[in-house]
Design a protein around this ligand. Sequence first.
Ligand code: 13P
Ligand code: SF4
Length: 330
Amino acid sequence: MSILLSETELQRQGYVHEAVDPRIDLFEAIQDLKARKNAVILAHYYQDSDIQDIADYIGDSLGLAQEAAKTKADMIVFAGVHFMAETAKLLNPGRKVVMPDFRAGCSLADSCPPEAFRQFREAHPGHVVISYINCTAAIKAQSDIICTSSNAIKVVESVAKDTPIIFAPDKNLGAWVQKKTGRNLVLWDGACMVHEIFSLEKITKLKAQHPEALFIAHPECEEAVLKLADFIGSTTGLLNFTRENSAKSFIVATESGILHQMAKASPDKTFIPAPPNNNCACNDCPHMKLNTLEKVYLCMKHEQPEVNIDPALFDAALRPLQRMLEISAK
Ligand code: 13P
Ligand code: SF4
């Protein structure tokens, strides 16, 4: 999903460009729309803090998929990126799913084009295909089981030991799962732009400056960064670790949005974002950060842009997702 869509394309996708009256209290207006339209707001931890604060549910990719699977709302407002909203739609074909900004894609999902992936699968016959949820519906439709960062080990271990496995699209998560399970996975060469940019050198320096701090990292980070980590986990896993561990400070290697929940859960602790290898000191995902509170309000007001799935892909994309939910529930 390109951030650089033309104005015509944006309109085709249902954008309603409208200046929002600055006197409107967006928190109140969103609560009002939520009640009137029986809507639920699901938000990922990487969203801006004001979006997290207005959400009905905040979670990691697995939690969001599980929440989407059980909602009774008429409209799901998905404050996250496109593959997450697609997942919600796959699990709720009869409900309306809207996104604040349709251009909120994912570099990792983009790193796996469907036709190239078809050829990759054909070059590895007899393999079970496990795809990380951070992929398009077209890739899900070519997969046997979906996984997230919080259940990837469990999903891989659910496959018989002698069955070869393709793992896509994140090579860093795949390499970590490979190490943890001892399974030999055929990895697709994809990665997340946010998690690949952490600087080993700067992290090493920062750890030396804060010897009391624990270093925690998301498994989408490169192996060299993960080697330094005291704890590795999904966003929910990282949040729970900071809540439950007695340490008072943490260096956090994942997108910066999660720091809002960490600080809320443990106001007496210090959270230091791990430094990236660029001139900007932030770890923002440019896709996640396209969503704003104003756009949440507008998408609820106009019920646009709406997420739909190509009917030709629907059943094939839903099957591996349901398989994941079944394995996760065990
Ligand atoms: P989780 O929230 O499942 O850990 O995933 C992180 C991520 O990169 C989402 O885009
Ligand atoms: Fe995709 Fe990475 Fe952004 Fe997550 S943080 S949405 S994996 S680009």
